[in-house]
Write a new protein. Sequence first.
Length: 719
Amino acid sequence: MPRKNFKNTKAKKDQNISKFTKSIIEVLFQNPNKPLNYKQIASALNLTNRIDTELLIKNINVLLVDKKITEVERGKYKINATNDYMIGVADLTSSGSAYIIVDGLEQDIYVQKGKTKNTLKGDTVRVYVYPKKSKNSSKVEGEIVEIIERNKTEFIGIFELGKNGNFGFVTMQNGNHDFFVPKEKFNDAKTGEKVVVRLTNWPEGSNSPFGEITKVLGNPEDTDVEIHSILLAYDLPVKFPDEVEEEANNLDTSISEYEVGKRRDMRKVTTFTIDPKDAKDFDDALSIQKLENGNWEIGVHIADVTHYVRPGTLIEQEAYKRATSVYLVDRVVPMLPEVLSNVACSLRPNEDKYTFSGVFELDDNAKIVNTWFGRTATHSDRRFTYEEAQAIIEGEDGDFKEEILTLDRLAKLMRAERMNVGAVNFDKVEVKFNLDDAHNPTGIYFKIGKDSNKLIEEFMLLCNKKVSEFISLDKHGKDNDNTYIYRVHDDPNPDKLIDLKNFIRQFGYELQVGDRKTTIQSMNKLLADVKGKPEENMVETLSMRTMAKAKYTTDNIGHYGLAFDYYTHFTSPIRRYPDMIAHRLLQDYLDGKKSPDSSIYEDKAKHCSSREKIAAEAERESIKYMQVKYMEQFVGQTFDAFITGVQDYGIFVEIPETRCEGLIRSRAMTGDHYYFDDKNHALVGKRTGIKYQLGSPVKIKVLNADLIKKQLDFELVDA
């Protein structure tokens, strides 16, 4: 037999062995408590001929040697039930490999290309974890053996017509495989259009899933098409179901004196809201009055959403499903129908409202003397924008000037105390856009938190902290094990802190890593020192990456970033479902009810954390698209910039005045051949020694603005 044919035969045999190995594992997974012999396994796999049966037996022996299965009695096999098998969610990369995120596992499991078993992004999978190659090895690797549940069956991509027009492909941009589409499933899609493709099947051995186009969205360079695509890609609903809208519209949203009589009536106390100028849903208001003893009574009044949204209703079910409002660049996907979010629950000026409040007696040094929680009726006397309140803080005259200045003074005292205890001072700049009537970006500006923003933030933090303590601590200050939903933030990863410490030394900065207070005080000094410097955004971003992700849970571990032992989200129930949970549980405890089963609320907390992550990803994607769209007009122009990231394939560069980031590919960098210095985050010229490093200033030209990939391509000027 010629050598070439021998290789092909061997490759085909190896493929069959691999295929049967996975199939055996799947069958045994489906029968975890029932040992099966080879005949039962063959029957489950519909194997009837002698050759396949012999291959099956060889595969069983391979699995026995690898200890993936065990022989529990002579000739009968079960899955080897050890920690070698884990269940997690797949995150695919553009190269075809995957990372499996396992709940409770600190490190993701890496799965190389070819061992992902037709997995798509977000699928829940069972993964076999390989034994570590050495005791010192930190990398965790495995292979996917079963797709337990598809995350979704509809995907967004760009349609491309195939050869002779008899087939087509829908290309993906997020790491998923491209879809093969037969001609009869085109649904009138044209090359280059953005489409929705539905997964129909994925034949064994095929590189691509098969699909059919269910909807043609249109030109991907059209802003409305792209934002609509983002909504669909992240399963964010465009509108509320008719029956939910109908239920909301039929609610009694009038303010009755009978209901007010069951509440603390605070309608006569000076009250106002301070919000962004484009806000329509006002979750929170502040009231202030001076007491006879000279102390200040500050009310933090929160929209009483749960008065209207009751368990078991369609509105409640839809709110839980959404779990959060989503803020894309040009629109909001609200958690609640407009009649609630913008009207009935919104604390609009000159209207009586039902609220759930924390009322705090503070002395002149912002020390808390007394605390009260309960349902209230309030009346907002004035609606301030942040800009209006800021103008008063900075010396201008205006309504309730004395009250605003008092609140500002108290807030600054509370903030100083929080920083002294050890809170992290992240003042991250937000990128915002001016839009025309067609929702296209005409300008970029930055939202920077000033005193008026921080005033509101401090009193919201106070309320969130104190309501959490009120529920969680007994009269002696001991934890009482009451079930509650917490917003927690774990300690930072020590290894990441050391990496940050070593990296910033290159720029002349220091970070002391020690006990909690030492580390945070040093971190805050670092963040203050980089303000206004070219490396500010980069150092802030790297500092934030050392931190754990905040999440919702019933298992309280405190909030590291805020330096709070107890913390919850209570102050935004119009846009966050966890705040509604916090309101209901607080009322139950005020009514003397017993602590409920925490497992029910832990499931809710996980769902809310998951939806929050999806919302954040969608928001980032809409910002990235708008940045690329805005930069289209500057193709061919040059800018001063600085390096924000370095990889072996190129350097990422940001333009400070727009915060737009682009890529300069290493293969396009002329004059030398550059190698990647991983330790120093740099590309270094082999001949010249020229070093392109994180934070380095560069001059660039905008080469291309790719709206489909949401990517800017730059080139170096005068390298």
